[in-house]
Design a protein around this ligand. Structure first.
Ligand code: LLP
Length: 431
């Protein structure tokens, strides 16, 4: 099976030992379900490898853009990890969950003056500053308050990760960060070091998401560590923190590679240690910001089948009661998913169809060319696996579809952590 927490018994699909058709009946569909045990296992895989290979100074930062609601921050708080925030809205949500914001790193390529003031006011631990304009606003705000603010600078190392175009962020012409190649990053460091209310702690980069390439973090580190050595030589500044950005890719379909996190992190730490030795710089405290690999396989979406449309000689469609409003990833990236009929798991898969949503556009597709049992019919329950990352967080109200509930599964308990939106919610801000 595509995820460890999926099992099949008597023709039925189970997720973290819960029979999914029963959850669909209890809560209605569409429905996001999330396996808390799996989230914690994923966090702990990073945490324990970090401790083993990077030591006590290393810290995992959960990239909350992958899935952001109060309960997720409560889990991260309980696990003692940090978080990556990308907006004041995420900050507000983390704060409402009682998350210690001194362990929060505030990103974004364009923080507004409001974001900066709001972050400082709420004691955000770090800003990951993208450019000098932002740094100057941080300096100005902190001067007013007589505060000092820790920052990292986001750099673009010029790495091509061969993932979806929209997920590539480390190339020189990226909208994110300041380029090393052009010399702008080195100049920026000089300007930042002159300021008195901004404390530069180190550097950040993020080269892409859903990355599987063997050596991408090593190739990135080669460039970043050389830069740290250049900074030391030019400004006598020793880099204290190195934040390498997002985490490893996840398996959406059986053909995706299996990745051994522990081995990958061991290799990366060995590479970093050796390079630092060679360049004669201290090994900085390590940070990584996994989002997808923390929550993706902890999530599943359940739908009820509606219309089955057969066009002889052309193609077939299986329609469900959700779609691109709760999962826009096929429409945006052509992303792959494993889709199953949860109440017909042992039947032969001999009917090819596109799994489509109920939105008013042809691009509203969850997945093309899925093999279904030929008995698939109205009221069957379809489960789409690995939807924990970038599904709920990217959901919209397109066609005024209310966003589905998120139900958490923990040990023997299932409970709502985000309520389904009501029609009243849809009009609550309409004047
Ligand atoms: N850190 C930074 C600065 C990032 O920009 C991202 C993702 C992450 C960490 C987390 O990366 P991860 O561990 O999740 O790969 N909506 C797209 C993904 C966009 C990723 C944006 N940045 C998708 O659905 O595939």
């Amino acid at each position: 099976m595509i995820c460890k927490n999926i099992t099949i018994k008597d023709n039925e699909l189970y997720f973290n030992n819960f029979k999914v058709t029963e959850l669909a009946k209890k809560y209605g569909t569409p429905l996001y379900i999330m396996d808390e045990n799996r989230i914690r296992e994923n966090v702990n895989a990073y945490k324990s490898a970090f401790k083993k290979y990077f030591g006590d100074s290393a810290l995992m930062l959960y990239a909350s853009k992958a899935c952001s609601f109060k309960y997720i921050y409560e889990i991260m708080k309980d696990e003692g990890v940090g978080i990556d925030l990308v907006s004041s809205g995420e900050l507000y949500t983390a704060k409402a969950a009682g998350f210690d914001l001194s362990k929060a790193y505030f990103h974004s390529n364009n923080k507004t003056d409001f974001d900066i003031a709001y972050g400082i006011e709420n004691g955000v631990g770090y800003f990951v500053a993208d450019n000098i304009e932002e740094v100057n606003v941080i300096e100005r705000e902190c001067e007013k308050l007589g505060k000092t603010q820790k920052i990292l600078l986001r750099l673009t190392p010029g790495i091509d990760t061969h993932t979806y175009e929209a997920d590539q962020t480390g190339k020189i012409d990226s909208k994110f960060g300041t380029a090393i190649e052009t010399g702008q990053a080195l100049t920026l460091v000089g300007e930042v070091l002159k300021l008195s209310h901004v404390k530069l702690m180190g550097f950040h980069c993020h080269v892409g998401s859903q990355v599987f390439e063997e050596d991408v973090y090593e190739r990135t580190s080669k460039i970043m560590l050389k830069f740290f050595a250049d900074v030391k030589e030019k400004y006598n500044f020793e880099t204290l923190e190195y934040d390498i950005g997002g985490g490893f890719g996840v398996r959406y379909v059986d053909s995706d590679p299996i990745l051994h996190l522990d081995t990958k992190l061991k290799e990366l730490s060995e590479y970093i240690n050796a390079e630092c030795g060679r360049l004669n710089i201290n090994v900085p405290a390590f940070r990584m910001e996994p989002g997808r690999s923390i929550v993706a396989d902890a999530g599943m979406t359940l739908y009820t089948v509606g219309t089955i449309k057969k066009i002889p000689g052309y193609k077939n469609y299986v329609s469900i009661d959700g779609g691109m409003a709760d999962n826009p990833r096929f429409a945006l990236y052509g992303a792959n998913y494993t889709c199953m009929v949860a109440n017909k798991m042992n039947e032969a898969l001999d009917f090819k169809a596109d799994l489509v949503g109920r939105c008013c556009e042809s691009g509203d597709i969850i997945q093309k060319d899925i093999m279904f049992p030929s008995s698939v019919k109205r009221y069957d329950i379809v489960a789409v696996a690995t939807t924990g990352a970038y599904n709920y967080s990217m959901a919209s109200n397109y066609n005024r579809l209310p966003r589905p509930a998120v139900v958490m599964l923990k040990d023997d308990n299932d409970f709502v952590v985000v309520k389904a939106e009501s029609f009243d919610n849809l009009i609550q801000n309409d004047i």
